[in-house]
Design a protein around this ligand. Structure first.
Ligand SMILES: Cc1cc2nc3c(=O)[nH]c(=O)nc-3n(C[C@H](O)[C@H](O)[C@H](O)COP(=O)(O)O)c2cc1C
Length: 247
């Protein structure tokens, strides 16, 4: 017997595009678009140029061929330039218009419904804590310093922290998508998330790091640890990143 007997549940995986009346969405009704980046107050930590991180170039086909999930990391820290590169590769802005941003990853309707949070354990120049990437400034916002970060994160990630130097947590702000695509948003958001993490895998290969996609975490604990309300913004995907141990 299939686990999902309930057709309603499986229906979430299917599109109902023909039933979407675009004139009835908030976008169609002329309501203003939500901000493309969550506001913040306080100083912005500038990030180095992303290209500063890349040493010996690796061919894309080699990065694709080598890509694998890594669950063991060395104790080494990432440099700020390396973190900058990973953030640019996963959410970096390459063009903006009045209504949309175009980034290094695709997104349905260019809605880009994610905020990127970073639990930093070992990044040169950053105190351990929770940070948020500001893609339009290519900078970081310190949400809060943290003590005992590793244990709390490992609990929220159901032992999937793996001693990462920095853990990415992608949080969805569903309304960014719902504003234009209403009930179609659920699928689009999760499809978008896959692209983001795929870029992280390949970018890690380029700079001698490793990562592992994490879909199994404690939703309430991770949302609480990340300071998310769990309704208008909540975690949808995570990935620890670290330097690879010598092989
Ligand atoms: C959507 C998704 C969710 C995943 N969640 C987890 C997870 O929670 N824990 C884990 O150890 N690996 C997780 N992985 C990694 C997969 O287990 C891994 O990709 C798979 O075993 C294939 O190995 P490879 O990535 O080395 O090719 C996830 C991968 C994806 C794409």
């Amino acid at each position: 017997m299939a686990y999902f007997d309930n057709q309603e549940t499986r229906r979430l995986l299917k599109t109902r595009w023909p039933q979407l009346d675009r004139s009835q969405t908030d976008h169609g009704q002329g309501k203003p678009a939500p901000p493309m980046q969550k506001p913040h107050s306080g100083p912005t930590i500038e990030l180095p140029e992303p290209s500063a991180a890349v040493g010996e170039p690796i061919a894309l086909k080699d990065a694709i061929a080598k890509r694998a999930s890594h669950r063991k990391f060395s104790d080494a820290a990432l440099s700020l330039a390396e973190l900058s590169y990973l953030l640019w590769a996963t959410q970096g802005v390459r063009k903006t218009t009045e209504k949309a941003s175009f980034r290094t990853v695709p997104s349905g309707g260019a809605r880009h419904p994610f905020e990127t949070y970073l639990f930093v354990s070992r990044v040169d120049g950053l105190e351990p804590g929770l940070y948020r990437y500001l893609p339009f400034d290519h900078g970081l916002h310190l949400e809060r310093k943290m003590e005992g970060l590793d244990a709390q994160l490992d609990e929220a990630l159901l032992n999937h922290h793996f001693g990462g130097a920095v853990d990415f947590v992608w949080a969805a702000i569903p309304y960014r998508c719902e504003w234009r695509y209403a009930f179609e948003s659920l699928r689009l958001i999760l499809l978008d998330a896959g692209h983001v993490c795929a870029h992280l895998y390949l970018a890690c290969e380029e700079i001698g790091c490793g990562t592992c996609a994490v879909g199994a975490y404690d939703q309430e604990k991770l949302d609480a640890l990340t300071g998310l309300d769990g309704h208008d913004e909540f975690a949808v995907y995570a990935a620890p990143v670290g330097k690879l141990p010598p092989s």
